[in-house]
Ligand binder design. Structure first.
Ligand code: ADP
Ligand code: ASP
Ligand code: MG
Length: 813
């Protein structure tokens, strides 16, 4: 004997019902089979809405009823041969008329009791089960239809009636045992009170019907046929990477469903667990898939088996000095809630006994406030307790697994990943069985939270970065190219998916949560919205995506000014733009502190020496206890290029122009030429070495004549041509002694300076070619021979790779 239950989507239309028929045919060939069905998909909701509209005096309930009739008639016409159709059509018509009569009554009275609601909803399963039984018969399967209301008896708590098992089991056994038929079809969800009044078992209750039948009859198995191939590690609608759990224990399945895994209605497990009857979750649309086997003990080794979430929760807190040490407070609280039929989902109490906190469904909030404040009115009046505090808009997340108790560190990991993503935890609870760790969080954070937890516990090696890129000029477009090139490698080798969710330039912006295709981002951006930086940031904040990173590949001050907002939303900032790190020390350190506070990163390796590991090296030295005594560096790719290529044969201006054309300069090359860019860089290095340094404390021995620094960039080139003699004289002064010109930055003893120097061939800085940069770190560990970092310090490709590397670094703790 076996029980097969088919859910709403499995029987949503004629096509699906035929799939069900094929599955049942195979199953019934093997043993006695009970088939329990839900209403056609969506019908229960439509019935309920009809009742609610009618009660509100809204005549549009008639449209709902017309739709219900139409869908059922269509199903009959598609399933039942014309010759046998008329009796089934008239059965459907008759029951639809009954629904209409009831709804007309509700409309006339403008009142809808729970009892009437149950009555209205019961027609969904009554109709579907009768149509399906007829279909089976027409396919030559001798199916017997049986009204579950004659078998399952409940109390009178309409809407969510409690099963009276003694009577129910007796009725079920009396009917089936000894009944010679081999195949039965029954409506799920519905039952009746002892007086024969229709009741329902709660939304999603058809699963329960199957388990009640299976339990009473000691079935070999109960199969829940639905639209997914099993119970999954998380709700697949929230977590695209969720995967099937092949084996799970009753307890685990119960916890997961209790905390929101809708695939199985929570009370379902109880009657089958008692009898140790295996439950299978199977997919009607992929019957060959293994599915999930729910049984006494799970076979899998994963400590965490699944994650689920319950939405629309509220937290009720009872606080006050009057609670300390006095027994009975919590009893009175729970009695008050139970008396009002309010289900408590989660409980926490502070060890000081100063407060007790419970989570309940949001719909119960006003009732809870009323009954709890009434229960404690004396204590509230005498100031021993505060009136009940309520916080709404919350959700509960639960990690579930029988084996969690033998794996330390799970809660720590859970809170770390939530913290890293800026998810604030309002309350936590862990059952003493350690089968479940629950956290109450803001409803807005659920999707992100459940995805990062899923990543942390089930995709150890498969992570997603959600990346926003602002600035798609030279460096930005190279970055996008590199991301596209590396896509397969990152996925396969690093199990990392970099999902570019936002791209913007000064004119257009584009945000797409599922990811922008990198093969044609240019066209897509063209079609995007008008750029509005504030709106871009607001959207990024509202999306609240996990492992979010904002890459600033501009040289723009207004972009640098939004980092603070981003970091406060736990969005990491990777800046190629130097403006923020080179702004006031107060602002620079505030950004670093915000990144720490909101568990994200503010990284700017490319601010100095493009992709060269300059800041990273410095950070490593300091982290491991070294102290920087002196830094000597050539940090301007532009100036290097210029002085390496200038010997008077071509004008100084034309060499500068060439550097700009080849993409080594800042958008305004004067920032390179007058040393400002180098000052910023040495200041950033000094700050990263632990010094509090401001721009105006840096000595700049500029070699540029004042006349070149006025007006526009065009004026600047013209003025340089005028000053050619000045530049030639500078060159000659060095060349005559066989020395080279280098624009050197120094940080020594807390002081920084930048300026042109004559470098002789024996010096470390002499052999520096093209656009290379070099940094010499003199430290306690490297006192005489410095630690040297040298290589290309400019260029779109290397800079983009440096930004890329910082983006990867945001995934490090
Ligand atoms: P039925 O109509 O067959 O009873 P339900 O809609 O009640 O189906 O339940 C199946 C749905 O439950 C799936 O389509 C899926 O979206 C959702 N679901 C939520 N959490 C989980 C989970 N952990 N595993 C599988 N499905 C889940
Ligand atoms: N049809 C009912 C509902 O939608 C019961 C079920 O499908 O399990 O809640
Ligand atoms: Mg269901």
């Amino acid at each position: 004997m076996q029980v097969l239950k088919f859910g709403g989507s499995s029987v949503a239309n004629a096509e699906n019902i035929n799939k069900v028929a094929a599955i049942v045919k195979d199953a019934a060939a093997k043993k006695k089979t009970l088939v329990v069905v839900s209403a056609l998909g969506g019908i229960t909701d439509t019935l309920l809405a009809a009742g609610t509209l009618a009660a509100a005096g809204d005549e549009s309930y008639k449209e709902n009823l017309a739709l219900i009739e139409q869908l059922h008639l269509e199903a009959v016409k598609a399933l039942i041969p014309v010759t046998n159709q008329s009796s089934v059509l008239s059965l459907v018509k008759k029951q639809c008329n009954e629904i209409e009569d009831i709804c007309n009554g509700v409309y006339a009275l403008q009142e809808l009791s729970l009892q009437t609601k149950d009555r209205i909803m019961s027609y969904g399963e009554l109709l579907s089960s009768q149509i399906i039984a007829h279909r089976f018969q027409n396919l030559g399967m001798s199916a017997v239809w049986k009204d579950s209301r004659e078998l399952i008896q409940t109390n009178e708590q309409f809407g969510n009636a409690a099963v009276q098992f003694v009577e129910t089991n007796q009725k079920i056994q009396d009917y089936f045992l000894g009944n010679p038929a081999g195949l039965f079809v029954l409506p799920g969800f519905i039952a009746a009170t002892a007086k024969g009044v229709t009741a329902t078992l709660g939304r999603g209750g058809s699963d329960y019907t199957a388990a009640i039948l299976g339990g009473a009859l000691n079935a070999d198995a109960v199969e829940i046929w639905t639209d997914v191939s099993g119970m999954m590690t998380a709700d697949p609608r929230l977590v695209p990477n969720a995967r099937i759990i092949p084996d799970i224990s009753y307890q685990e399945a119960m916890e997961l469903s209790h905390f929101g895994a809708k695939v199985i209605y929570p009370p379902t497990i109880q009657p089958v667990m008692k009898k140790d009857i295996p439950v299978w979750i199977k997919n009607t649309f992929a019957p060959e898939d293994y599915g999930t086997l729910i049984q006494k003990e799970s076979i899998g080794q994963d400590a965490v088996r699944g994650i689920s979430s319950l939405n629309k929760m509220a937290l009720l807190s009872l606080e006050g000095s009057g609670m300390v040490g006095i027994p009975g407070f919590s009893k009175r609280l729970f009695e008050a809630l139970a008396g009002a039929q309010i289900n408590v989902v989660l409980i926490t109490q502070s060890s000081s006994e100063h407060s007790i906190c419970v989570a309940v469904d949001e719909v119960n909030v006003s009732k809870a406030k009323q009954v709890v404040d009434a229960a404690f009115d004396y204590e509230i009046e005498t100031g021993k307790l505060e009136p009940l505090q309520i916080e709404e808009g919350l959700s509960i997340l639960a990690l579930v697994g029988d084996q969690m108790k033998s794996h330390p560190g799970i809660a720590g990991k859970m809170f770390y990943v939530l913290g890293r993503n800026g998810v604030n935890i309002r309350a936590i609870a862990q059952g003493s069985s350690e089968r479940n760790i629950s956290a109450v969080i803001a409803a807005d954070d659920v999707k992100k939270a459940i995805n990062v937890l899923h990543e942390a516990f089930f995709e150890e090696s498969y992570k997603q970065i959600n990346l926003y890129i602002v600035g798609v000029g030279n460096v930005g477009s190279r970055l996008l190219e590199q991301l596209e090139q590396q896509r397969a490698y990152l996925l396969e080798i690093l199990r990392l998916q970099v999902n570019v969710v936002g791209i913007a330039n000064s004119k257009k912006m584009l945000i797409k949560e599922s990811g922008i295709a990198l093969s044609n981002w240019k066209e897509a951006l063209q079609e995007g919205m008008e750029m509005d930086l504030d709106q871009f940031v607001a959207m990024a904040a509202a999306k609240n995506l996990r492992n979010a990173v904002f890459a600033d590949v501009t040289a723009n001050e207004s972009v640098a000014l939004i980092y603070e907002k981003l970091l406060r939303k736990s969005i990491s900032v990777v800046a190629c733009n130097k403006i923020a790190a080179a702004s006031s020390y107060a602002h620079y350190s505030k950004l670093k502190q915000l990144a720490r506070e909101f568990n994200c990163h503010y990284l700017f390796e490319t601010n100095v020496g493009a992709a060269l590991p300059v800041i990273g090296t410095l950070n490593d030295l300091l982290r491991t206890g070294d102290t920087v005594t002196k830094i000597e560096a050539v940090l301007s790719g532009t100036l290097n290029f210029v002085f390496n290529n200038y010997d008077g044969s071509k004008s100084f201006a034309s060499v500068v122009k060439q550097a700009q054309d080849e993409g080594y300069t800042e958008p305004d090359p004067r920032l390179d030429l007058n040393g400002t860019d180098v000052m910023r860089k040495i200041m950033i290095l000094a700050r990263e070495s632990g010094s509090i340094l401001e721009m105006d404390a840096i000595t700049n021995e500029s070699f540029m004549p004042e006349s070149c620094m006025q007006g526009s960039v065009a004026d600047f080139y013209a003025a340089m041509e005028q000053e050619e003699a000045h530049f030639k004289a500078i060159y000659d002064a060095a060349a005559k002694d066989g020395k080279k010109l280098k624009f050197v930055a120094q940080f020594d003893n807390g002081k920084a300076k930048v300026g042109l120097q004559h470098i002789d061939p024996a010096h470390n800085l002499y052999h520096l070619y093209g656009k290379d940069n070099i940094v010499l770190f003199y430290t306690k560990r490297y006192p005489e021979q410095p630690l040297v970092v040298k290589g290309a310090g400019a260029g779109a490709d290397v800079t983009a790779s440096g930004v890329f590397a910082d983006i990867m670094r945001t995934m490090n703790a």
